[in-house]
Every structure is written in C-alpha cells, then in structure tokens.
Design a protein around this ligand. Structure first.
Ligand code: ADP
Ligand code: ADP
Ligand code: SF4
Ligand code: MG
Ligand code: MG
Lengths: 265, 265
C-alpha cells in the first residue's frame, strides 16, 4: 500500500498535485482513498461527481458525534476514488487542525485504511504550521512517504524546511521525506535554486510541474488535468511523478537535513 | 494607549508594516512596545541595535522557567523601542502558537503593558491559522485595533477572511478590525479588486504600500525604511498610515462581514 502525504505552504499547489496523483493512480487501476486535510476543505471536492461542496467530517460529526458507518463521511468520487474532507473549526475557536485530528481518529475507529483494500492512501495536508492536527497524518499507520510541494517563493521554502524538521520527529513511525515537488509560480523561475535547496536538505526535486493554463481549464470543468488533458505538459509530469513515487523504497531514504532558521532571513 | 495587532498570511508583509509603524510612532515621540508573534521570529530583530538574532521568549524560558524580571526578554532597540520575540516550538512538537501564548502570559504576569508606560503596543502576528496562541493577542488587554495585511494573491485574501471571522469571536473584548493594509507583490496589481474585497467585508483598505526596492536596501542596512529613506514612497505611505491608525475610534468601527468559504473556490 502506498501511504502518501502531500505537505506544503497554503496556496503553493498541494491540492493540484494530490488530486492529480490520486486520479493518475486510479487511472492505472489502483484503489485510492483521498483525504483532504486543509481547513480550506477544497481538495476531495475536485474528485467528486459534481456533488459540489461535500460535507466535511467535522460538519457530519456535529450532527452525529458517534457514527456507526462511513456513510456521509466517505464519498465515492470519479474513477472509483473514495474521498473525505476533514474540515476545520471556525477561526479563533479551537485548534485549527482539529478537523484533521478528528478525521484520522474516525478512520482509525472504523479501521478504514486497514480493511478498505486500498492500494493508495493520499493525504493532502496544510503545512504552514506543523502542529496539532496538521501533524496527525505523520503518526503511526497514516502517511509513510511525505512529499513537500515547493515554489520559488521564500515562504514556501521556509515552510518546506519546517516540515522537514517535523519528519525528524515522526521518523520513528517510518515516515520518510520522499522528495520535493516544484510547482512554479512563474514560468521563468530559476529551477537551479530549488535543486540546490533540495540538495542542502539532503533530498531532491522529483518533478517540476509547469505553470499550465490547462490546469485552470480543468478546474473550471471540475476535473483534474490528467483527466481533462492527458497529453498536456503537466499531465505528463504527474504521470512521471506517480511512477517515481511508486519506485521509492522508504528504507533507503535518508533523513532530511533541515537548515537553521537564520538561513532564511 | 494604542494597542495594535498586525495580522496576515505568512510572507504577505506584516513585519515590514509592523516594524515601520513602530519606528514611525517612536519617531513621533511615542513610547513603543513591539512584540513579534510569528514562529519565524524575525520581527523584533529588525528594530534592535545590531544584536543580530535576539533570544526568543521560549528560548529564555527554557533555561529559566520562572523569571522574576524582564531582563533578557524585553530588549531596548533603536529609537527607544522595547521589543520581544515570542519564538515557536520545533515543528511537529506542540502547539505552533505556544511561544505567543507563553509570551503574552509572561507580559501579563509581569504587568508589562499595565505598568510600562507605553503609548503604543504593537503585535506582529502570523495569521495563516487563527487558533491557539495565534489568537491570544485578541484576548482581553492585548490588541484592540487589528489591521490585516493583504496582497493581490488569493491565499492572502482567504487568510484575511478567516482573520475577520476571528474578530467576531473576540469582539466582546473590544477587538475591532481597523482595516486592511495592502502590500502589493506586483506593481501592476489591480487595486480596485482589493478595494471591492474590503468593501464586501464592510471594511476598507487604509493604505497601499508600494513594492519599494528601498525596503530591501533598508533591510540589508538593518533598518526600517522610515529610518533609512524617510522621503521614499513607502515611508510616506507608512507615515500616513500611522496617522490614520491613530485617528480610528474603536467604538465607531463596524463588525466585519466575512464571506463564506465558497467565495474563494
Ligand atoms: N501548475 C499550475 N499551473 C496553473 N495553476 C496552478 C498550478 N498549480 C496550482 N495552480 C493553481 O493555484 C491555486 C492554488 O493551488 P492549490 O493546489 O489549491 O494550492 P494548495 O492546495 O496548496 O492551497 C489553484 O487555483 C490552482 O488551480
Ligand atoms: N512593499 C514591499 N516592497 C518590497 N519588499 C517587501 C515589501 N513588503 C515586504 N517585502 C519583503 O517581502 C518579504 C516578506 O515580508 P515580511 O514583512 O517579512 O512578511 P511577513 O512578516 O508577513 O512574513 C521580506 O523580505 C520583505 O523585505
Ligand atoms: S496546535 Fe497548531 S493548529 Fe492547533 S491550536 Fe496550536 S497552532 Fe493552532
Ligand atoms: Mg489545498
Ligand atoms: Mg513577519
């Protein structure tokens, strides 16, 4: 079973990467569970059958705190993908990661991952602050291979450095940093800066996802780009990335070597 | 006493705004307390006398959990400004806002705000997730006037919307949303989009801080731009903003009207 977590700064491009990877694995015939773990709750919806905004786990549990089935929580989306969206509490009220923590608790209670027959489990997780619920996917039995989405913006690199520090904390659970996925904000961004940053952290950039207008078109058509435009540059990059991810042996991945904070000021 | 909090998405430009406002108020003769509340801990250092990286409150308390004075925690910086930097726990270990929570606890215990004779208290706070320690400056006795730094980027607006929701939660403490401060990432960003966004939330953009290369020069010279280049476009914008902030009567500020999350997808 591939147990993947996509982390990164808010807005850097995690959900585009995570939903396209889930769709790609499903196209290859894998049974996929996709879990949205960002209070922005707009990940799983990109894989659903025009349901629009699916209810988050926090919303469902507000009405029924002790559900006895996965109905209303797990949704079957396109390509046979099973999805759920954690949700987040209202800002200012309780832990921002509470939706993620409660969702993973529920998946554990219902033994969804253990008994669901999934071949790929994909967590799409906000990584601005790696604490509370946002660190929950790194605990035992959830994510194994973490991939951090970066861009050329300094704040995206600072967040990647912080997430790499968290990898150390959860390493005893078998969590590894599989690598970075670069999602460039500008077509003329300097890729060598990102390669050097990855090397400094003892990892590498596995893929550069080009800025692709077809991703915006796909979004409007409520599809992932690998479904909407399979021959596009970005779809080919996602297909290659999926193969790369599957070929990573966690046992041979070194620990990352995050930089001191001063490196960013 | 002006009790101000500068909130906004990570990297949007809060510390540039907050340190320049603190420096401007000090230039006008006010006694200022400047509190850095971002785990990135790079705010107060911009106002210090070349001390380089000042110790964060969390670091000091790690050695001495029950200090009996403000030594080592409050620093006198340039222009007579008193500053401290909250710090943050290591990612993956404990609440991301723990440094902020512990710092405000300390300020309370030592009655720093009540007895320090300050005329301006400035909190520079990370606003990606408004929870735990990051919401602490909105509690009784800390911030009164909140200003949210926005840019033309959608994620900065989504964060501003979330922070506006948190204003509702803490409104009973007398917290008000004074307005937005626009820090444009691109010189040809569409300002009218930001004015319309502010109007939709029942607030307004108080200032547009232009992208100014002198801000980068000032940073390298370890000064704020209002000290380094007082006649620059951005320095004039900060001076006008400081006057605008001082003229706001909290009792006459309406509650913001945040949009539903769907407005951002
Ligand atoms: N490679 C890309 N090309 C074009 N648009 C992109 C690309 N990656 C992301 N985007 C757009 O950027 C926005 C943010 O991406 P998203 O994946 O939702 O970020 P996150 O999940 O990290 O918050 C979305 O509107 C998305 O369509
Ligand atoms: N108006 C501006 N013009 C030029 N550079 C800016 C401007 N505002 C912010 N910056 C730069 O952008 C970076 C992030 O700004 P900062 O204030 O540290 O953000 P935050 O505190 O929100 O994380 C800094 O390097 C800063 O010098
Ligand atoms: S643990 Fe993290 S997400 Fe939870 S309250 Fe603290 S800062 Fe917020
Ligand atoms: Mg997302
Ligand atoms: Mg800052």
């Amino acid at each position: 079973m591939e147990r993947i977590a996509i982390y990164g700064k808010g807005g850097v491009g995690k959900s585009v990467v995570a939903t396209n990877l889930s769709a790609r694995f499903a196209q290859l015939g894998r049974k996929v569970l996709h879990v949205g773990c960002d209070p922005k709750h707009d990940s799983a919806v990109r894989l659903t059958n025009g349901e629009g905004n699916i209810l988050t786990v926090l919303e469902v549990l507000a009405d029924d705190p002790n559900p006895t089935s996965t109905d209303g929580i797990l949704h079957e989306g396109r390509l046979g993908i099973h999805c759920c969206e954690a949700g987040g509490p209202e800002p200012g009220l309780g832990c921002g990661g509470r939706g993620v923590a409660r969702t993973l608790e529920f998946l554990d209670e219902m033994n969804v991952i253990g008994s669901g027959g999934y071949e790929v489990v994909m967590f799409d997780v906000l990584g601005d602050v790696v604490c509370g619920g946002f660190a929950a996917p790194l605990r035992q039995g959830f994510a194994e291979k973490v991939f951090i989405v970066i861009s050329e913006e300094p704040m995206a690199l600072f967040a990647a450095n912080n997430i790499s520090k968290a990898i150390h904390v959860y390493h005893p659970n078998g969590v590894v940093l599989g690598g970075f996925v670069a999602s460039l904000k500008s077509p003329d961004a300097d890729r060598s800066v990102l390669d050097r940053f990855a090397a400094a952290l003892s990892t590498r950039v596995l893929a550069f996802i080009p800025r692709d207008p077809l991703i915006t078109c796909a979004e409007r058509a409520r599809k992932t780009v690998v479904e909407y435009a399979p021959d596009s540059a970005s779809s080919k990059a996602f297909a290659a990335l999926a193969d790369e991810i599957a070929s990573i042996d966690p046992a041979s991945v070194p620990l990352p070597t995050p930089l001191g904070d001063e490196a960013f000021f």
